[in-house]
Write a protein that binds this ligand. Structure first.
Ligand code: RIB
Ligand code: CA
Length: 311
């Protein structure tokens, strides 16, 4: 059983990652912190509350975090995010609104409080790294925190998905991601290198729908929207759920120890890359996943169908 906090910009694949974490018997889900990205922070937090309610997990608190990147003053979702995740973040499927509100405490204060009291905690981020960078700015001593961070973001051995070099989550706040990678925190990067090797299929949507449950039908329609607007064939990538699965089952992934950084200047702004200035470090605190046993990742996600069948 692993203590987890998920830091989400709750769009489609974040919702699936959250469902997985909420249902896994191997996860003790302590909270969800929300950030901007696929949607605005408040919309994402509403989605997280709705998904938790659909999964029967009204015990998990949801906190709102950063509303924009470190180097901007405001945020509105990009056209490509609206196309892929729908204007509401859940593929334009209206989930039943949750009956409870977000917590009053800010995501950053919640993270600081939990990090100070728990070094066996893993924080999984599946959006921009802004909340975690804000933690480091507000409580710099937490750079020596002994817990783990798993980031869905970046691309080391393959091209980016918003530019030749940059992946979406890193691109949304490259300064924050650089700060986190270079902080001294224990960080595992789950980038496009591995998330594009695993697949969710139309047959998964068919199975969810065939359970006849409202939650199963809503999740099926959401996944179909995502498939239509990403690869457009029979399947799609497993970005955010891969990071949660790696937090519990790192043995499914091949991890390359590497002092990581993020390029901030030039055409490769947003590129995640080894830092040549620290390349001789004996025990780097960061690593990047470069391969995955995709059949194990895909098998993990079957707990979602099992849950829809059980309700
Ligand atoms: O590049 C994929 C990532 O960008 C995922 O986290 C997706 O949800 C979007 O935020
Ligand atoms: Ca995401």
């Amino acid at each position: 059983m692993r203590d987890l906090i998920l830091d989400l910009d709750t769009g489609v694949d974040d919702s699936i990652a959250l469902a997985y974490a909420a249902l896994s018997p191997e996860v003790n889900l302590l909270g969800v912190t929300g950030t901007f990205g696929n949607v605005t922070t408040d919309a994402g937090a509403r989605n997280a509350l709705a998904v938790l309610e659909m999964m029967g997990r009204t015990d998990v608190p949801v906190f709102e975090g950063a509303y924009h990147s470190l180097d901007t003053e405001s945020f509105s979702p990009h056209d490509v995010s609206i196309r892929i995740h729908g204007s509401n973040g859940t593929g334009n499927v209206e989930f039943p609104a949750a009956k409870r509100p977000v917590e009053k405490e800010s995501a950053v204060d919640f993270l600081i409080r939990m990090m100070r009291s728990n070094e066996n905690l893993t924080i999984v981020t599946t959006g921009p790294s802004t909340n975690l960078a804000s933690v480091l700015l507000k409580a710099p001593d937490l750079s020596s925190w002994k817990g783990k961070v798993v980031i869905m973001g970046g691309a080391l051995t393959v091209r980016g998905n918003v530019s030749h070099f940059a992946e979406a989550n890193i691109s949304q706040d490259s300064e924050a991601a650089k700060m986190v990678f270079e902080s001294g925190l224990d960080v595992t990067m789950i980038g496009l290198d591995v998330t594009m090797r695993s697949r969710l299929r139309r047959s998964d949507a068919d199975e969810w729908r065939s359970t006849g449950t409202k939650a199963g039908k809503d999740f099926a329609a959401m996944l179909e929207h995502y498939i239509d607007n990403t690869i457009g064939g029979d399947d799609t990538y497993v970005h955010d759920p891969s990071a949660v699965i790696c937090a519990i089952h790192p043995e499914y992934f091949r991890l390359l120890d590497l002092p990581m950084t993020v390029e901030l200047y030039g055409p490769d702004r947003g590129r995640t890359i080894g830092d040549e200035l620290r390349i001789l470090e004996k025990e780097p605190k960061t690593r990047a996943a470069v391969d995955v046993d995709s059949s194990r990742v895909e098998a993990e996600l079957r707990i979602i169908a099992d849950y829809f069948r059980s309700i």
